[in-house]
Write a protein that binds this ligand. Structure first.
Ligand code: SAH
Ligand code: DHB
Ligand code: MG
Length: 222
């Protein structure tokens, strides 16, 4: 089965020009990322609007992001926070974190977003230990082989009825029953998890189709 990539881009353009128009700060963030040599693997504008909407719908006051890059997705989500809301974003790469802090400061979000440098799994373990839970929304978007481990931490750190989101969950491997990938393993782990109600929403990446897995953690007695 071949994907009509051109049509998908055209449909995404239609959605974006209506609902996900980037302001100067989002455009500048992407320009700074390029100047600083960061890869253009941020979510799309329509993906950003979807994260923004999900944060608003869940009434998120505390958001956790795994994989900051240049702060592009963090800006979309932090804009959904109330005045006293916070977003903690985890990033392993010092340079990426520095670029993100600069972009977030220029977007007026320096006090709302806390970028923490280090391997995410270690930071998550420290956060669990320190009692930093609960979060209303967790967005997983770092190394794909880490996703299943991040899911276990996310379930522990998110509140009942909170959201766990994961990017890049419709890789080409989903069309091949014998192919493996980190995000395929993630989707399988989500589907098998008794506390999660989930689906995958198709979203656009640079070229073609990708997915965002959306899960709600149900209360034990729900
Ligand atoms: N969420 C961003 C894109 C993230 S790209 C956006 O949409 O704008 C993935 C990021 O995860 C990269 O910056 C990479 O350095 C980081 N990363 C990779 N492995 C990691 C790990 N083990 N812990 C934390 N961050 C990691
Ligand atoms: C790529 C895209 C992503 O959204 C990501 O998180 C990592 C890598 C990519 O296109 O290579
Ligand atoms: Mg991604």
């Amino acid at each position: 089965m071949s994907t009509p990539e051109k049509s998908l881009q055209a449909y995404d353009h239609y959605i974006s020009q209506l609902f996900a128009v980037e302001d100067d700060l989002l455009q500048r963030t992407r320009a700074v990322m390029q100047q600083e040599g960061l890869p253009p693997i941020n979510i799309s504008a329509s993906g950003g609007q979807l994260l923004y909407l999900l944060a608003l719908m869940s009434g998120a006051r505390r958001i956790l992001e795994i994989g900051t890059l240049g702060g592009y997705s963090a800006i979309w989500m932090a804009r959904a926070l109330p005045a006293d809301g916070i977003l903690i974003s985890l990033e392993i790469n010092e340079h990426h974190a520095a670029v993100a802090r600069r972009n977030l400061a220029e977007a007026g979000l320096a006090t709302k977003v806390d970028v923490r440098v280090g391997p995410a799994l270690a930071t998550l373990a420290a956060m669990e230990q320190a009692g930093e839970a609960p979060f209303d929304l967790v967005f997983i978007d770092a190394d794909k082989d880490g996703y299943v481990a991040y899911l276990q931490k996310a379930v522990a750190l998110v509140r009942d009825n909170g959201l766990i989101l994961a990017d890049n969950t419709l890789p080409d491997e989903v069309l091949n029953a014998t192919a493996e990938s980190g995000t395929k393993r993630y989707n399988a782990a989500v589907a098998a998890h008794p506390a999660l109600v989930s689906t995958i929403v198709p979203v656009m990446r640079r070229q073609g189709l990708d997915g965002l897995t959306i899960s709600v953690k149900r209360a034990r007695d729900a």
